[in-house]
Write a protein that binds this ligand. Structure first.
Ligand SMILES: Nc1ncnc2c1ncn2[C@@H]1O[C@H](COP(=O)(O)OP(=O)(O)OP(=O)(O)O)[C@@H](O)[C@H]1O
Length: 313
């Protein structure tokens, strides 16, 4: 479990993290989302004990994990590209890490298997692709079989097979009772991986909720109806707080009524319905809506980047 209480971090005049409080529970994957510069990495660095909070506190598994007898069994961390001896093989890198932390050689082979680096474990890390480097980073994080794992953008640089592997591995870890806290810019990926979301913008908490609630909050609750009798159906449904627009000659867009209500009225008045669809925002759309006021750097290209990877002008 990770408990973050009234956490703030100031760099000069910049308040990078502003009074954040949230709890990351074991047994599920929790996603950490926010536009560029929202304070995700700073928060993760403070959780990992690599940065000192200006105010507030963090506990991992109920205490200060660094003073635990075996810190690597408490928290496994994958932050941005790690400093690794590029001349060393992946196995030797992990062996060195294991030795200094009292971890067995057997566990080194286990984590190499878990991350799928068996074929290249003897090769120099310097020749690794970004994706292989990410897998090695995950292997290091898992070496101590930690109760809690903290991963900053772990799918960065992974190919589709690697992304699928990461998703499955994170879910398996959570299903085994671990606490899994993972940041990503890839909203669609988070939708498939995480059960809960902590969303930040300009250092502040925007949402701490389930993926479903997050999407529902930002959805317009519009219902699309396809019928050959648009005029009649419109007359039957119009009322206070109901907005009906004609999307196509045989398609109505209805806001303010549930699909159940629309379907029942149509059935009662023998109006044929060929389609009745509840519109739901995608996680990308929900994210854009809820964080639109907190984007620090905005891209001038508004053609719909799926990643909100905003560009500083
Ligand atoms: N060492 C530092 N000195 C000064 N400002 C910093 C420092 N580290 C981060 N910041 C600022 O704090 C804010 C939060 O940065 P942070 O890297 O935590 O955001 P982020 O959500 O991880 O962003 P990204 O998704 O781009 O990685 C940014 O405005 C950043 O410029």
């Amino acid at each position: 479990m990770i408990e973050v209480e009234n956490l703030s971090k100031r760099y000069g005049t910049k308040l990078a993290v502003d009074g954040l409080s949230f709890v990351v529970q074991p047994g599920i994957v929790t996603g950490f989302l926010g536009p560029n510069g929202a304070g995700k990495s700073t928060t993760m660095r403070m959780i990992a004990g690599l940065d000192q909070p200006t105010t507030g506190r963090v506990t991992v598994n109920g205490g200060d994990y660094r003073s635990a007898a075996a810190p690597m069994a408490e928290l496994g961390v994958l932050l941005e590209a790690k400093a690794v001896h590029t001349g060393r093989s992946a196995r030797n890198h992990l062996l060195a890490l294991a030795q200094t932390n009292g971890i067995s050689r057997r566990r080194v082979d286990e984590v190499i298997d878990i991350v799928g680096l068996q074929q290249v474990a003897g090769k120099r890390v310097g020749g690794f692709s970004l994706g292989m480097g990410q897998r090695l980073g995950v292997a290091s994080a898992l070496l101590g079989n930690p109760q809690t794992v903290l991963l900053d953008e772990p799918v960065n640089g992974l190919d589709p097979e690697g992304v699928l592997w990461m998703r499955t591995m994170l879910k398996d870890l959570a299903a085994d009772g671990h606490t899994v806290f993972v940041s990503s810019h890839l909203m669609s990926e988070m939708a498939q991986t995480a059960s809960r979301l902590v969303v930040v913008g300009r250092g502040k908490l925007i949402a701490d909720t389930t993926v479903e609630e997050f999407i529902a909050q930002a959805s317009h609750h519009a219902v699309t109806v396809r019928t050959p009798e648009t005029t009649r159906l419109r007359e039957l449904l119009l009322g206070p707080d109901v907005t009906i627009t004609t999307a196509q000659p045989d398609v109505l867009q209805i806001e303010g009524l549930t699909a159940e209500h629309i379907g029942t009225v149509a059935w009662q008045h023998r109006v044929p319905i060929f389609e009745l669809t509840v519109q739901q925002a995608s996680l990308e759309e929900a994210f854009m809506t809820l964080t639109s006021d907190s984007v620090e750097y905005r891209s001038t290209d508004t053609t719909g980047s799926p990643t909100i990877a905003a560009v500083a002008a």
